[in-house]
Design a protein. Structure first.
Length: 482
C-alpha cells in the first residue's frame, strides 16, 4: 500500500484520516515517587582526596597507583562483564590499588545518601529506572569535568587524544552549558522499532515504511492472534524511543529542539499532534497486546520475544537483555519509524541513535583521577571489543568491531545507521530533565494515552503543562541547544 499525501485534492490525507479515533475520558493519574537526585551538597572539594601520582607518558592523568578505587555499575541490559574486564586491566596496571566493584539496579536510592554525605564512589554508571537526574547533578556542581580525560592520550595510540577516538556526538552529549564535559556516554545505542524478521516473513510481509502499511500489517497479524505492538506499560518512557524520531521525521529536527528547549507551545506543533494520533490509533484499533499497561520492561520484552507481538519500541540493549529467550531463528532487526505520509520533512530511515550508559565521576570522589583512568581504559579498542562481544552493542569508541562476529541485532543496527546517514536525531529531554521525561511525559501522560485513558489532545495539553512548569521552575537548571 502506498502512502497517502496530505495534500491529495480528491480525498483526505493521512493527517485527516487519522483523526477518527473516538475520544475517551481522562481518569486520575496516580502519583509516583521518583528520581529526585541528590538535592544537597555541591561543588568540588579537596577534602579526603587522595594525593595525585606522578604524571608520566604512561600515566597521563597522574593516577596514584596505590590509592583505592570504587566503581558502581548499573546491572541492567548490558550486564557487568565488560566493566569487570576493564577493572581487571586497571588492577594489572596498578597492582597496589585496592579496587572495590559493585553492581546495582537501584542507583539513585543506593547512591543519593552517599552524595548527600559527601562520600560518593569514584566512578558510576548512572543508568536505569533509578538513574540520578543528570541536570540536577550538573546544576548542583556534583560532577567532575572530564575534559582532562578527553585530552589525555588514548591507550591504543598516544598520538591521538581520547576525544579523537570517539563516535560523532559523544562529547557533545556530555556537555550541558559551554565546554566542560560532565558525562561520558559509553554505549552507542540505536533506538527504534525492534522486531523479528522471521515473524514478518511468516506473515509474508516486510517492515512497513509508512503508517498505512503499519496499520495494515497490524490488522493482518491480529487475524493470526498476534498483537501488533507492546511496550513496557509500567515504564512507558520507552515509547519515545520510536515516537520522538517519528515526530522529528514528520516535522523536522527543529520540532524536537523546541521541545528540548522547553519552548512555549512546542508540544502543540502539528507534527506532535499527528504522531500522537497515529500511535493512539494502535490502541483504538486493538493492535496493542492485551495486558501491556501492566507489564514492566522485562515482561513486555519477554512477550514480544516469544512472538506475542510484532513490534516493541526499545534500544539496542534489548538483544543482550533478552538473549536467553530470543529464539535462534528470530532474526532480530530494528526499523526506523515508518513515514506518516509523503509530506514528512525527513526521509524514511531517520532514527534516534546516541550515547547511552552515562558514566560520571563525582566532584567529591576521593580518587577522581582513578575514575577517569578507568574510563580511559574502557575507551580502548580491547575494552570496546569486550563490550561489544558481551553486550551485542556498539561502544562510544569509534571502532572495536574488527574480528568480531556481529549478532543479528547489531548487524541490523549498523545497517540502520548506514541507511540513516546524516538523518540521525538526538532528543535531549531524557538527559536534561529526567523527572519531566520519565515520570511526567512517560508515566503520567503517554502511559495514560496508550492505555486508552486519555486522548491525544488531552495528553498534549497535559505534557505542555508539565513542560511549562519545568521551564518556570527556578530550582531547576535549564539547558538549550546551542
Amino acid at each position: 500500500m502506498g502512502s497517502t499525501s496530505a495534500h491529495n485534492k480528491e480525498g483526505l490525507g493521512r493527517r485527516d484520516l487519522i483523526k477518527r479515533s473516538a475520544a475517551l475520558g481522562l481518569i486520575a493519574v496516580p502519583t509516583m515517587s521518583f528520581l529526585s537526585a541528590c538535592a544537597s551538597g555541591s561543588g568540588d572539594s579537596s577534602d579526603n582526596k587522595v594525593e595525585k601520582g606522578e604524571k608520566t607518558e604512561k600515566n597521563p592523568l597522574a593516577v596514584n597507583g596505590s590509592a583505592p578505587l570504587e566503581i558502581v555499575i548499573f546491572d541492567g541490559g548490558f550486564g557487568t562483564k565488560y566493566a569487570e574486564d576493564a577493572k581487571a586491566v586497571y588492577e594489572k596496571t596498578y597492582p597496589e590499588a585496592k579496587v572495590k566493584f559493585s553492581a546495582t539496579q537501584k542507583i539513585q536510592s543506593v547512591l543519593q545518601p552517599r552524595f548527600n554525605g559527601g562520600t560518593p564512589p569514584d566512578l558510576i554508571d548512572n543508568s536505569g529506572a533509578q538513574q540520578m537526574d543528570m541536570g540536577v547533578l550538573v546544576g548542583k556542581k556534583q560532577l567532575t569535568d572530564l575534559t582532562a580525560l578527553l585530552d589525555a592520550p588514548s591507550v591504543d595510540d598516544p598520538a591521538k587524544k581520547v576525544r579523537d577516538t570517539l563516535r560523532p556526538g559523544i562529547v557533545e552529549m556530555g556537555q550541558f552549558d559551554g565546554d566542560p564535559v560532565w558525562i561520558m556516554y559509553y554505549a552507542y545505542t540505536v533506538y527504534g522499532v525492534w522486531y523479528s524478521q522471521t515473524a514478518l516473513e511468516k506473515l509474508d510481509a516486510t517492515y512497513p515504511e509508512n503508517w498505512d502499511e503499519m496499520l495494515a500489517l497490524c490488522a493482518k497479524a491480529k487475524k493470526q492472534g498476534i498483537a501488533g505492538w507492546t511496550y513496557p506499560g509500567k515504564h512507558p518512557y520507552y515509547i519515545p524511543f520510536s515516537l520522538y524520531p517519528f515526530i522529528g521525521k514528520i516535522g523536522g529536527v527543529e520540532v524536537l529542539d523546541a521541545i528540548d528547549n522547553l519552548e512555549p507551545k512546542a508540544w502543540e506543533h502539528p507534527a506532535v499532534k499527528a504522531a500522537f494520533e497515529a500511535y493512539y490509533e494502535l490502541y483504538a484499533k486493538g493492535y496493542i497486546l492485551k495486558g501491556t499497561p501492566g507489564l514492566d520492561h522485562r515482561g513486555s520484552q519477554g512477550a514480544w520475544a516469544r512472538g506475542k507481538a510484532l513490534f516493541i519500541p526499545n534500544g539496542s540493549w534489548v538483544e543482550n537483555e533478552e538473549a536467553a529467550i530470543i529464539p535462534k531463528d528470530f532474526k532480530l532487526s530494528v526499523g526506523a519509524p515508518s513515514s506518516l505520509d509523503s509530506s514528512d520533512k525527513l526521509p524514511f530511515g531517520t532514527l534516534w541513535a546516541s550515547g547511552g550508559e552515562p558514566f560520571i565521576v563525582p566532584s567529591k570522589a576521593k580518587n577522581p583521577e582513578g575514575g577517569m583512568e578507568q574510563l580511559r581504559i574502557m575507551l580502548s579498542e580491547a575494552s570496546s571489543k569486550s563490550f561489544t562481544s558481551n553486550t551485542k552493542s556498539l561502544s562510544a569508541f569509534n571502532g572495536g568491531t574488527d574480528g568480531i562476529e556481529l549478532s543479528d541485532g547489531l548487524k541490523s543496527g549498523v545497517a540502520a545507521l548506514e541507511k540513516a546517514g546524516t538523518n540521525v536525531v538526538n532528543p535531549r529531554l531524557q538527559d536534561w530533565y529526567v523527572k519531566l521525561q520519565k515520570e511526567q511525559i512517560g508515566v503520567a501522560a503517554l502511559g495514560e494515552m496508550m492505555a486508552g485513558r486519555a486522548t491525544p489532545a488531552e495528553t498534549i495539553k497535559k505534557i505542555q503543562a508539565f513542560a511549562d512548569a519545568t521551564a518556570k521552575d527556578q530550582s531547576i537548571k535549564h539547558f538549550k541547544h546551542q
